[in-house]
Each structure stands twice: as structure tokens, then as C-alpha cells.
Design a protein around this ligand. Structure first.
Ligand SMILES: [Zn+2]
Length: 192
């Protein structure tokens, strides 16, 4: 049996992170040393794109981790840990992360794949692309087009986002674009 077939049978032909059945493929969890069913999982097209572009996460898509993090399979647990860590601006993600227990070796593996572990100084000010301080409730505009994965649209450069919410990460804010609450990178915004 190919690795794909083995994993498809384990996953019941569903994305192991969100249970979607579209565009399924094998995702080899980096850093890849040896590829087998213990280091890979089945992901859908949406999860794969988001995993590869972690700066542009569709927060709501990942709420499915709420269920998939309880998988008995290590690769699923490790990816759930990584995605929840990337989403830690969200209180629900922090809550789930607290409940997700990984043994020491899995934890080490899970952390190894995260973008360089930057210390998040939550007391630092949130600054826009010009270095202007952003405050809770401010309005901002996008300074570049932003593809909202899962939302199925692109928010154009210049889009106004009103009444932003600060997060505990000074590099991220939250706001509503086309009715969808998303995390935005402060660097790509300008205070309106
Ligand atoms: Zn998925």
C-alpha cells in the first residue's frame, strides 16, 4: 500500500485536521527526516495552503481543531499543537492548547517546526506599517491585497477595517473583513 493509501484508510478519507474531503493530499510534517505514517497526515487543500502561509490564517477554519486535536495519532496531535500555537491570539486556541497534552518527545517535535520562536512581548505597543501606534477600536486600511483563505475572497489594498481589536501579540490585530473576523498582521496595515 502506498503511504497515501495507508493514510487515507487511517483518516477515513478525510482531512485529519478539519474533516474536509476536498483536495486531499499527504502532508509531510517538517522537519522531514523519514517519511512514513508516523510523520505524515492527510490534509485538505485549505489546511495545506494555510499551513504553508501561516501569516494569513482563517481563524474560523481552524476551530475544527477542537475535535481533531484529540486524535490518537501523533502527526495529527503535532500539527494541532503547531496550528493552535500560531493561533494563540485567539482565546479559544489558547484554551485548547492548554488541554492538549503531548509527551516530551512529541512536544519537542511539535515545537521544532514552528517559525523561529520569537518571544512575544505582549506589553510592546502594536504598530502599523508606519510605526504609528494602533489602539483598540481604531480603523485601519490594508496596504496590500490580502487573500482571505476559506473566506473565498481577496480583501483589496485600501480596504477599511473599522473597530479593530488588539491581541496579546503586538504584531497581530483582529478585525472584520466582509463580515469575517480575521487576524491581520499589523505590518500590513495603516492607521486610517
Ligand atoms: Zn482540512
Amino acid at each position: 500500500m502506498s503511504l497515501f493509501d495507508t493514510l487515507m484508510s487511517r483518516s477515513h478519507s478525510k482531512c485529519e485536521l478539519c474533516a474536509s474531503t476536498t483536495e486531499l493530499s499527504v502532508y509531510e510534517i517538517p522537519p522531514v527526516t523519514k517519511v512514513n505514517e508516523n510523520t505524515a497526515l492527510i490534509v485538505c487543500g485549505t489546511c495545506k495552503t494555510q499551513i504553508e502561509n501561516p501569516n494569513n490564517l482563517d481563524v474560523n477554519h481552524w476551530r475544527a481543531l477542537n475535535e481533531s486535536m484529540w486524535s490518537e495519532f501523533a502527526p495529527v496531535q503535532v500539527m494541532a499543537f503547531r496550528m493552535l500555537t500560531l493561533l494563540n491570539a485567539e482565546s479559544w486556541a489558547r484554551d485548547l492548547l492548554e488541554q492538549l497534552y503531548l509527551d516530551e518527545s512529541l512536544l519537542e517535535w511539535a515545537k521544532a517546526g514552528l517559525p523561529e520562536e520569537e518571544e512575544i512581548d505582549s506589553s510592546a505597543p502594536t504598530l502599523d506599517s508606519n510605526g504609528t501606534r494602533l489602539l483598540e477600536g481604531d480603523s485601519v486600511t490594508l496596504i496590500k491585497d490580502l487573500e482571505v483563505k476559506g473566506g473565498g475572497f481577496t480583501a483589496k489594498r485600501g480596504t477599511l477595517v473599522k473597530n479593530i481589536t488588539l491581541t496579546n501579540n503586538p504584531k497581530h490585530i483582529e478585525g472584520r473583513v466582509n463580515g469575517i473576523q480575521i487576524v491581520l498582521v499589523a505590518n500590513f496595515l495603516k492607521k486610517a
